[in-house]
Design a protein around this ligand. Structure first.
Ligand code: ADP
Ligand code: MG
Length: 421
């Protein structure tokens, strides 16, 4: 499908109300409209959904979107319906629908009304769904959160491994679009291999976050005092403090409160009501700081988070990047401060010890990178971007001096002493 640039822009404006494409979106949309297998790697918030939504709306037939989370699918369907006055334009097909609802979905697809059909991978394995989808006009298949296909990703889902086979059964020449915010070369290889899209046009956005300042401090028994001091120096600013365990979250939130910091705890062990009330307080700025486990953050979109503190070092560079990435979304300052002690690595190892051997091996390899990151004396930004397969020159690159190692280089003598201690 050949489309003039001006038509793409008017379709963008008409369907989404945006005046400009963000980053590589326009190139991706063109690639999809040309019928290519396409692979999109963009950081969270980069605007991946629009990359498949727009071409789906512009083409004949129905695009199938595979996504791992029902809540995410529902959000997207509501958003698409909101911009169109045709409710059938987007549907979710999952096991919670009753017979009448399924009938309606199928009718809308057959009648060419539905442009986007969201499905969980489990629903795609159902024979009757495959049979049905074989019989209708499919524009392309988009696999969102495609890292779920890889054991090296942070959210492996075995059902994702069957996708290639199912797609082949649905149709011979269906273009496949993979999208992910996971930038590690290993995960990318896995995605391409598993989806069988060697010839995919690949679009990779930079993962550099020039406004984030990265700092690692040695973790001593005075870590709480150090955190309090840091927060006091940043009074009135919003921040997140990540801890490994729920117990530590509760304790530290209390310590902060006692010391006059407006802080709340957040972890999956709290009841839903408290969780949503604490989250609202943070968004409304009734409190400044959320002390949380990694349960906090998914889908939290507070643009002016000014610092992210890791009381405990995360289990992978990937997690570290995702979690620190919640700072400075508005482009303003974002201070990322992690505390590191080798003892914490041993704790993380202990966590893994009950898991299958293959998983442990992967976990170990990821941890080695975390150790290397914490102990490195080179630019932390360079380290992170290198991990994601991106070359970065901190002499010339944006944000090149925004980390402790570049601002305050350790001389060799000092560095040595630290290792001995
Ligand atoms: P991702 O899936 O890559 O994390 P999303 O698709 O959820 O990102 O998009 C992130 C945000 O960017 C959304 O709020 C979306 O509305 C916005 N967005 C996407 N494309 C554009 C654009 N061209 N102009 C302005 N905002 C955009
Ligand atoms: Mg997304």
């Amino acid at each position: 499908m050949l489309i003039a640039k001006s038509d793409l822009h008017s379709a963008l404006k008409k369907n989404f109300g945006f005046n400009q494409f963000k980053g590589l979106q326009e190139d991706v949309v063109e690639s999809i409209l040309s019928g290519n297998h396409t692979f999109v790697i963009m950081p969270t918030g980069g605007g991946k959904s629009l990359c498949y939504q727009l071409p789906a709306l512009m083409q004949e037939g129905t695009a199938i979107v595979v996504s791992p989370l029902i809540a995410l699918m529902k959000n997207q369907v509501d958003a698409i319906r909101g911009i169109s006055n045709e409710e059938g334009i987007a549907h979710v097909l999952n096991s919670s629908l009753n017979k009448t609802e399924v009938k309606r979905v199928k009718e809308d697809i057959v009648n060419g009304i539905t442009k986007l059909l969201y499905v969980a991978p489990e629903s795609l394995t159902k024979e009757e769904n495959v049979e049905f989808l074989r019989s209708v006009n499919i524009s392309f298949m988009a696999i969102d959160e495609a890292h779920c296909i890889s054991e090296w990703g942070h959210d492996f889902r075995p059902e994702y491994r069957n996708l290639r086979q199912i797609i082949s059964r649905i149709g011979d020449n269906i273009p496949i679009i993979g999208l992910t915010a996971t930038a590690t070369p290993k995960v990318q290889e896995d995605i391409i291999k598993n989806l069988g899209i060697n010839n995919a046009k690949t679009f990779k956005a930079s993962f550099n976050r020039p406004n984030l300042y990265y700092e690692v401090r040695p973790k001593t028994k005075n870590v709480d005092v150090d955190i309090i001091r840091f927060i006091k120096q940043n009074e009135g600013k919003s921040g997140i403090v990540y801890c490994l365990s729920r117990k530590r979250v509760e304790e530290l939130a209390q310590v902060l409160q006692v010391n006059g910091v407006k802080a709340v705890p957040y972890h999956a062990g709290l009841d839903a009501k408290s969780r949503s009330s604490y989250q609202d307080k943070f968004l409304m700025e009734d409190v400044d700081v959320v002390v949380a486990t990694i349960a906090f953050g998914m889908g939290i979109d507070k643009p002016d988070v000014r610092f992210v503190i890791h009381h405990d070092i995360p289990k992978s560079i990937e997690s570290y990047y995702q979690e620190t990435g919640r700072a400075g979304r508005d482009g303003g300052e974002g201070h990322c401060l992690a505390y590191y002690a080798y003892k914490d690595i041993e704790k993380l190892e202990k966590f893994m010890s009950g898991k299958p051997v293959a998983e442990q091996e992967i976990g170990q390899a990821l941890l080695q990178e975390v150790i290397a990151f914490a102990e490195t004396s080179i630019s932390r930004r360079k380290f992170i971007l290198h991990y994601f397969g991106e070359e970065f020159d901190n002499e010339t690159g944006e944000g090149g001096d925004m980390d402790d190692n570049v601002r305050h280089p350790k001389n060799k003598h000092e560095a040595k002493e630290e290792v001995v201690v």
